[in-house]
Design a protein around this ligand. Structure first.
Ligand SMILES: Nc1ncnc2c1ncn2[C@@H]1O[C@H](COP(=O)(O)OP(=O)(O)OP(=O)(O)O)[C@@H](O)[C@H]1O
Ligand SMILES: [Mg+2]
Length: 401
């Protein structure tokens, strides 16, 4: 069988780096590897020309260097459709730095040094995403937003559910033209409450998957999900007990993959336990939200979680959402310490709003349906708006090309 040839350009002034990558990928007949011994900035506008000619561009970079970031933005803007940008960075890169790179347009930040096996695996994974044969038809590659909690009860489910609802754009919280299809997945396998919070009939598709061990297809998922008018569909957690390790990585990866083919956004409520099948979600995620409060144990746990998620997906942008906390007019030392510990500007604050939260739970509806103008609803709308700005729906990206 003839394997399609993929072309890779390695841009680095460091001969040791290009040699290591050449050795790592050498011998693979499906890859054509070119190297440019230069830095991104030294290439000036020329890098853009190369971006038109290669499937992958791998470069080493210093996220602290503004000129490098500008060069990456330029490259990302002018690349041909499907070209993937991979930045090599030392494995002790901070979250803020990794985020700068992904914001500039890098598709994946890879730790350097990297083994040949790891590099090939990443190229295969990203290459599969770059040539989305099955997705071309639908024209969608939905954005995956995973939601984690710093402690039990911190409000992760409230955020996941109401963010998913707000992302549809039907509650008037987004720009008028922004109407999206959104899938909400309750992967809190044992304690998931989204089904109850939306007053859904009990159904156990996720339990069936766990018991049968089958890999779901689109038809199975469509039959398992409840669709609301306005663009939201929901895959609830089982209503009966399932062991937390009952799902396999490939089943979870397929669920996420299928949903991103058919939706603009996929919002995932993660389980508290860091079981192995959480990894495919983190690998596929475009954004991770950590819901926490400012109490010291919560902040510490949030930090530990962020460090763990970084080991799974080094370039994953993470956003801290402070729940039950009013945005302060002037930041105290507590706020400053939390910002430093979490390596975050602390941009998103959701106020304590018992009235609205209670009404939503009691009526089994999202906040927009029961308290559209409440402070909590508005704050989640603000978060949704920021997410649509940072991660525009694929249809919108296509339109602006
Ligand atoms: N900002 C808020 N103001 C008032 N009540 C809130 C707020 N956020 C969440 N709640 C309420 O707190 C309770 C716990 O919230 P939620 O279920 O979203 O947390 P969680 O982190 O998902 O918890 P669990 O550990 O059970 O998964 C719910 O009753 C919810 O309505
Ligand atoms: Mg929850």
């Amino acid at each position: 069988m003839k394997v399609p040839l993929k072309s890779i350009l390695v841009i680095t002034p460091d001969a040791a780096v290009s040699q290591a990558i050449g050795t790592a990928l050498g011998g693979d007949p499906a890859l054509k590897v070119d190297t440019k011994s230069s830095s991104l900035t030294q290439l000036n506008g020329q890098a853009v020309k190369f971006a038109q000619e290669h499937d992958f561009i791998i470069f080493d970079t210093d996220p602290g260097n503004e000129a490098d970031l500008r060069a990456i933005e330029d490259l990302a803007k002018n690349r041909r459709e499907g070209t993937i940008l991979l930045a090599l960075a030392s494995s002790d890169i901070s979250l803020a730095e990794a985020r700068k790179l992904t914001r500039a347009g890098v598709d994946e930040v890879l730790p350097y040094p990297i083994t040949g096996a790891e590099l090939t695996e990443q190229l295969e994974r990203l290459g599969a995403r770059a040539v989305p044969d099955t997705r071309r038809g639908s024209g969608r590659i939905g954005r995956v937003i995973a939601v984690a909690q710093a402690r039990g009860g911190s409000g992760a489910t409230t955020v996941a559910l109401n963010l998913a609802d707000a992302l549809t754009g039907k509650g008037g919280l987004l720009h008028k033209a922004d109407k999206h299809t959104v899938a909400l997945v309750d992967f809190d396998l044992q304690f998931g409450t989204i089904g109850t919070a939306l007053d859904l009939e009990e159904q156990d598709s996720m339990l069936k998957l766990a018991q049968d061990g089958t890999v779901p297809d689109l038809r199975f998922l469509e039959q398992s999900m409840t669709k609301f008018t306005g663009g939201l569909s929901v895959l609830p957690a089982p209503s009966k007990f399932a062991p937390v390790d009952a799902l396999r990585n490939d089943q979870v990866a397929t669920i996420i993959d299928l949903l991103r083919q058919t939706n603009d956004y996929v919002v995932v409520d993660l389980p508290r336990a860091l079981v192995s099948w959480v990894e495919p979600v983190i690998e596929e995620a475009d954004e991770l939200l950590i819901v926490t409060d400012l109490a010291v144990p919560s902040v510490r746990h949030a930090r530990r979680l962020m460090d763990f998620f970084k080991t799974v997906n080094i370039g994953l942008p993470m956003t801290v959402v402070l729940n039950r906390e009013h945005r302060p007019l002037i930041r105290s030392s507590v706020h400053k310490e939390a910002a430093a510990a979490l390596d975050s500007k602390l941009e998103f604050w959701l106020p304590l709003d018992d009235k609205a939260a209670r009404a939503a739970v009691d009526q089994g509806k999202p906040l927009t349906a029961v308290a559209g103008r409440s402070p909590l609803t508005k704050a989640i709308g603000h978060l949704a708006k920021a997410i649509t700005k940072a991660l525009p729906a694929a249809a919108r990206v296509e339109a602006s090309r």
